[in-house]
Ligand binder design. Structure first.
Ligand code: PEP
Ligand code: MN
Length: 342
């Protein structure tokens, strides 16, 4: 349920409404819109008579949200969520590019790639230090050493850091080094974990589960939001379908669908979405054209020897060319992408 307060509502009127709901065992999320204070009511609202709320002093309107994800819905919050980290705005007009290796492998590798992607206009450096590998025998990541390398490389080239956190127990450690906590596709419905991320102090980048519907994905975002963390970014990274030519099927329809259903920013990851280097570029272009708020691209200076996902990693010169192309696409739809740094 959503309660819109009048523009002139006083603090004591707002508190009175919150107390009224509290007595009924309901919790309230307060958000400050451009014009109004909006109260989102969470819990079993079926027994409330909505008229009792509409007549409270300072209340302008009250209505029920028809979808199961409440805080994530556009019905709850009309304006887009914009997340500001340093001088980067996620969910605003600029299309933000995240780039970097699949895994942090060694210092020179990450430094080299960071320099290249920063030059081309990427704003955020990616790289896994804790890797969710299908095989227990595959490279599992460098752990904290990898986090240190990633932070150092990002700081040197004025980039933000995003990296995956795989476990509830890792949230604190990973938060010390990263600007954004990435939740992998395989963890999207690890409910105790995503609930814990609601208390994390960093924005959460929530990848879509391999077989998750859009509604399930938004329900996972709801876990984080309802825990008090308002900064959630969604990322479409391909879903499993009957098609086996590509690693996954990148569901670009999800981008306009999410924009309709939710106020949260949505990214696309054509690297994991296709699994094939020569398919990454066209799908990245398509993602920007579809209105993605950002893209995540795996880049490696020596993909043949990469310890993970070499086949889907772009060479730095391909990444540079892609950036030049998507700048034009972004401009055509009234958005922008950071310029190349020479
Ligand atoms: C990744 O981005 O490093 C990754 C493992 O992606 P996903 O969780 O989408 O498979
Ligand atoms: Mn990868």
């Amino acid at each position: 349920m959503v309660i819109m307060m009048e523009k002139e509502a006083t603090e004591s009127q707002i508190e009175h409404v919150i107390e009224f709901l509290d007595e009924k065992g309901l919790s309230v999320h307060r958000s400050t819109g451009v014009e109004h204070i909006v109260l989102g009511v969470i819990g079993d609202v079926s027994r409330i008579d909505i008229r009792d709320l509409k007549v409270l002093p300072g209340v302008s309107d009250a209505y029920r949200i028809s979808v199961p994800y409440k805080l994530a819905s556009r019905e709850f919050k009309h304006s887009n969520t914009v997340i500001r980290i340093g001088d980067v705005e996620i969910g605003g007009n600029e299309v933000i590019v995240i780039a970097g290796p699949c895994s942090v492998e060694y210092k020179e590798q990450t430094m080299t790639i960071a320099e290249e992607v920063a030059k081309s206009g990427a704003k955020i450096l990616r790289g896994g230090a804790f890797k969710p590998r299908t095989s227990p025998y595959a490279f599992q990541g460098l752990g904290e050493e990898g986090l240190k390398i990633l932070r150092e490389a990002a700081d040197k080239y004025n980039l933000l850091v995003i990296t995956e956190v795989m476990d509830k127990d890792q949230i604190e450690l990973v938060s010390e080094y990263t600007d954004i906590l990435q939740v992998g596709a395989r963890n999207m419905q690890n409910f105790s974990f995503i609930r814990a991320l609601g208390k994390a102090k960093k924005p959460v980048f929530l990848k879509r589960g391999i077989s998750a519907t859009i509604e399930e994905w938004l329900m996972s975002a709801e876990y984080v939001l309802s825990g008090g963390n308002k900064d959630v970014i969604l990322c479409e990274r391909g879903i499993r379908t009957f098609e086996t030519y590509t690693r996954n099927t990148l569901d670009l329809t999800a981008i306009p669908v999410i924009h309709k259903l939710s106020h949260l920013p949505v990214f696309a990851d054509p690297s994991h979405g296709t699994g094939l280097r020569n398919k990454v570029i066209p799908m990245a272009r398509a993602a920007v054209a579809a209105g993605a708020d950002g893209i995540m691209i795996e880049v490696h200076h020596d993909p043949v020897h990469a310890l993970s996902d070499g086949a889907q990693s772009l060479y730095p010169n391909q990444f540079e060319e892609l950036m030049d192309q998507i700048r034009v696409i972004a401009k055509a739809i009234g958005r922008k992408i950071a310029d190349r740094k020479n």
